[in-house]
Each structure stands twice: as C-alpha cells, then as structure tokens.
Write a protein of this length. Structure first.
Length: 331
C-alpha cells in the first residue's frame, strides 16, 4: 500500500535508532535468569515508505520508552521482501528480533513453491496491529450507486464490465476476485503494474471499477473523480465516513483488507510474547497513535496473540482456497 508523499518523507528523515527513555513495563522472565529486555531490540520490515515501515517506526518510538531499551527498525527488502521474513525466522527466539509485516507473509506460500519459511511453524504471532480495508470505487459514468445495483448491472451484462487491478495477487486484485466469486458475476480484469497506475487509469475512464486502498481511493471519492460504493471491512470505518460495508450491502461476511502484524521467531518464551503484546497494544490504542495511523489509511486492531494467530489461520484458509480455485500465481 502506497503512503501519501508527506508521510513517506517524514519516515525517511526519522532516525533508525530510538533511544530509550525511562522503563515502565515490568521485565519478563526469559527462563535463563536474565530479565527481558536488557539490550537493543530490532524490528525487521520491508521497504522504506511502506505502511509497515511507517507503523513499525511509530511503534518503535513508543516501545523504547516503555521497555527501557533502544529499538531499531531495519528495512530488509530484496527477494520480494522475504529477507526480512527469513532474518526473523532464523533469529534467536529471545525477543530481540521481531518482524512487522503484511499479509504477504502468509499468502506467499500459496503463490510460490520456493518460499523458505512456514508462516505458522516459524513464527510466534504478537498482534495484528492494523488493517487497511479496500474500498469499492466506480467511475462516475457507471450508472450505479450501490453494491446491489453494481451486481445487478454485472449480471445483466456478463463479461462487459471491467475492473482495474495492480499486480497479480495484490490486495486489490484478490479483493476483486473474491467479489466476483461471492457475487456470482463475470467481469474482465485490466491489470496494471501497480495500484497507483490502476487507480489513475480508472480516474481517466479506463475501466468501470476497482478495489482501492483507503488512503488512495478515498481522496478520489471526496473530489468526485470516483464514486465510492462500499468498504470491504466487516464494520464501517472512520477512514471512509458514510460508506457502508459490502457485508451489509448484500454479501454477508465479505472482508478484504491489507493487514499489518507483528511477529517474533517461533519458540520465543510466552512471557516475552505477552509483554510485547501488552505494550504494543497499549501503544496502538493511544489517541495520537490512532490518529497517525488513520491519516495513513489504517484502522487499529491490537488483538491478543491467540486472536491474531486464529485470524491469520482463517485468512490463510480463505485466500488460499480462492488462489487455488481461480488458479492465480505471483508475477
């Protein structure tokens, strides 16, 4: 998900290392007699400027003062971002190596046979930090003002409506495929090299609809260049005031969102996972944190490790089945 330019520049000028302030959290037992934490903590993420990078740095700034130790965010891109994932999977399970990543972590194994990790076996889930629900937008020339009207039109004209997407298996592409399958409609895909070019093409009248990220699609709705029909979250969002959910518009249970979550290596002591969860969720629920994430197009979640792990397994089952059923793979 692309961030607004002013947010990306803000990230780029931040220091990587956040110096710790007074410790507030109580140390956790590591089972080795050493209190946790007692040294620098690293959070790996992918490329600079992404929503994960922004969120990880926001959390790191607060986590350092809460835990009383410096926290560093390291961008480890390359190999489709899997270097950050592998670095965590192979890291020591002691709480000093963490990962902040998107749902591509658990979707990659469905798209490629060469993924060098297991998203369930190799990681301890700390929390789902935030989600960015896709929004269903249409070109103003399309004579529909609701999801039900869109579905009715698509059924009246099978194979005639087209939808823009970014790369294959991207969040906006999968959302559109799920919508087609759930609604029982046939539309033609127009793929682009990224979500940005796809959205620009739709604004220019190339295609009829798209599932866009909230932070890029909603501004186009507010200016009237596109018409927003619904948001793909289970609940209405403050990110898109007044926009109903697809789930409440005739497709119960429909959800398609980009997800950001925090992980530790597998076998990290439960006490450490619990402490990190407690502090990260506390940070996420601070008013200023919520506001900053909202400005970046993210809705805070902040659930327990068990809830996060269960949600990820549920998402793997849903999207894995869709990917297999329609036979798509990564480009």
């Amino acid at each position: 998900m692309e961030l607004p330019r002013h947010v990306a520049w803000t990230i780029c000028i931040e220091l990587l290392i956040v110096h710790a302030g007074p410790a507030i959290a109580q140390p956790a037992s590591t089972g080795s007699g050493q209190p946790y934490p007692n040294k620098l903590i690293r959070i790996y993420t992918a490329e600079p400027g992404a929503s994960t990078d922004f969120s990880a740095r926001l959390i790191a700034q607060n986590l350092a003062s809460k835990l009383g130790q410096p926290v560093v965010v390291e961008n480890r891109g390359g190999a489709s971002g899997t270097i950050a994932v592998q670095s965590t999977a192979k890291g020591s399970p002691d709480g000093y190596t963490l990962l902040f990543y998107t749902d591509s972590l658990w979707l990659a194994p469905f798209l490629r046979n060469d993924v060098p990790y297991d998203p369930v076996r190799d990681f301890a889930t700390i929390t789902i930090a935030a989600i960015s629900p896709n929004i269903l937008v249409v070109h103003p020339s399309l004579p529909v003002k609701s999801v039900k009207e869109l579905i009715a039109l698509a059924k009246l004209k099978p194979g005639e409506l087209s939808y823009a997407t970014g790369s294959t298996a991207s969040s906006n592409h999968l959302a559109a495929e799920l919508f087609k399958l759930t609604a029982g409609i046939n539309m033609v895909r127009i793929p682009y090299k990224g979500a940005g070019p796809a959205l620009n093409a739709l604004v220019g009248g190339q295609g009829e609809l798209m599932f866009a990220s909230t932070n890029t699609g909603w501004p186009q709705v507010k200016t009237g260049r596109l018409r927003g029909l619904a948001i793909a979250g289970l609940q209405p969002s403050a990110l898109t005031p007044g926009l109903p959910t697809i789930a409440s518009s005739g497709l119960p249970g429909f959800e398609a969102a980009s997800t950001n979550a925090m992980f530790a290596p597998a076998k990290t002591p439960p006490a450490i996972v619990s402490l990190l969860n407690q502090e990260v969720v506390r940070i996420l629920n601070q008013t200023d944190t919520k506001e900053k994430l909202s400005n970046a197009g993210l809705d805070v979640v902040g659930n327990t490790p068990d809830e996060a792990a269960a949600k990820i397994k549920s998402e793997m089952a849903k999207w894995g089945k869709l990917i297999r059923d329609i036979g798509i793979g990564a480009e």
